[in-house]
Design a protein around this ligand. Structure first.
Ligand code: HEM
Length: 359
């Protein structure tokens, strides 16, 4: 009797330039997207007197800790993860709206990770930085297939805000999870979540996803950040009291971090099938049955002050993240990723400039 072969995960697919297909008029789309986001930021800045991020404006904690790259097999030991090493990191937790809404309007959560002291060939050889950023939100799939579709929805949103007497509030309504509002194709529950009906979960208990792919050295991957410390997993049961507490999320993060350590795993999902795990259609969920997320690094945040009211607001203004800030080995790929390059650069340059002038 023959033994059946053991269940081996399929081999990851090496990246080929032919997998990437520029959309028609993609440069024009990228330009218009950056301008539309900028227009949103400018409207908010005039209303508010400070320039905020056009999305993910409100931070609920800025944490410092370390990222420990695990010993990995060759297909995973790529780029930043090539060697088992430890790096300093900064984490910024946020919610999606483009203004400082009260947390009673509960919206999807985001996290931005900045790995510091990173060596290697840079995406932008001129930036002179040693940073690798990863940006994630707490849902596994983007929901809009490509940049053109994303832009057409965003324009509708931006046009209505121009006519609104209280532009800022309306903008945030619209940007409460841009993708679902724009596409209007998500499930009811998804739309509800993005419009302020997100369950009152603790931001530190969530699993976060990059949603769209980037190079993982020779391969292509999406990333996730998963809480693994028992005290973080315990927070999954928590439902926060959000009514009448405008900064309830920040308070929850701050009170946890004051006394407890947080440990997360950074995981990678390698592309093994370009048809079923496409890079040019961001609306397709990459199946975890085809290729599971596997741990590549451990993120540890010791107990600390997550939000110091005297220093954090200005530190937050100066901080910026972009999927395009990092190593060539982690180049963002696919239409949504490509157009983000100009949008983030334009947005952060505008808010730095505006706020510097305002002092
Ligand atoms: C075409 C698609 C997208 C566009 C145009 C876009 C645009 C932007 C812009 C302009 C900002 C503010 C940047 C700043 O002022 O510093 C931002 C922030 C952010 N975006 Fe996106 N985004 C897109 C897709 C995504 C996706 C797919 C994710 C993650 C799954 C994501 C996660 C975030 C996060 C976490 C932040 C906050 C970063 C921080 O903490 O500073 N975005 N986005």
């Amino acid at each position: 009797m023959k033994n059946s072969p053991p269940d081996m995960p399929p081999a990851p697919l090496p990246y080929l330039p032919s997998y990437e297909k520029l959309e028609d008029d993609e440069a024009q789309t990228a330009q218009e997207l950056a301008e539309t986001m900028l227009h949103i930021s400018q409207t908010v800045a005039q209303d508010e007197g400070r320039a905020l991020r056009s999305v993910h404006a409100k931070a609920h904690g800025i944490l410092r800790g370390t990222l420990q790259v695990l010993p990995l097999p060759p297909t995973l030991a790529q780029g930043l993860f090539a060697q088992a090493a430890t790096y300093p990191v900064v984490l910024r937790f946020s919610t999606t709206p483009g203004d400082m809404l009260e947390d009673a309007i509960s919206t999807p959560r985001g996290v931005a990770i900045k790995v510091l002291q990173v060596q290697g060939e840079r995406l932008d050889p001129e930036d002179g930085l040693q940073e690798q950023d990863f940006l994630m939100v707490n849902a596994p799939v983007f929901g809009v297939p490509n940049a053109k579709k994303f832009l057409s929805g965003l324009k509708v949103v931006a046009a209505t805000t121009d006519r609104a007497p209280r532009a800022k509030k309306l903008l945030s309504m619209a940007l409460r999870g841009v993708e679902a509002v724009i596409e209007k194709a998500g499930s009811e529950s998804r739309l509800l979540k993005t419009m302020g009906g997100h369950p009152a979960t603790h931001p530190l208990s969530e699993t976060y996803f990059s949603q769209v792919p980037q190079l993982h050295g020779l391969y292509m991957a999406k990333y996730s950040l998963v809480p693994v410390a028992p005290q973080l997993i315990g927070l999954k049961e928590v439902r926060l009291e959000l009514a009448d507490q405008p900064d309830a999320l920040r308070e929850a993060v701050t009170s946890f971090c004051a006394y407890q350590e947080g440990v997360w795993e950074l995981r990678a999902q390698l592309c093994v099938d370009i048809q079923r795990m496409p890079i040019e259609d961001a609306s397709v969920l990459w199946s975890e049955e085809l290729s599971p997320y596997v741990p590549i690094a451990r993120l540890t945040m010791p107990a600390q002050t997550a939000w110091d009211a005297t220093q954090a607001p200005s530190a937050d203004e100066k901080l910026s993240f972009s999927p395009w800030r990092g190593l060539a080995a982690h180049r963002p790929i696919g239409s949504i990723m490509r157009v983000r390059r100009m949008a983030y650069a334009t947005s952060s340059a505008f808010r730095q400039r505006f706020n510097e002038i305002k002092g």
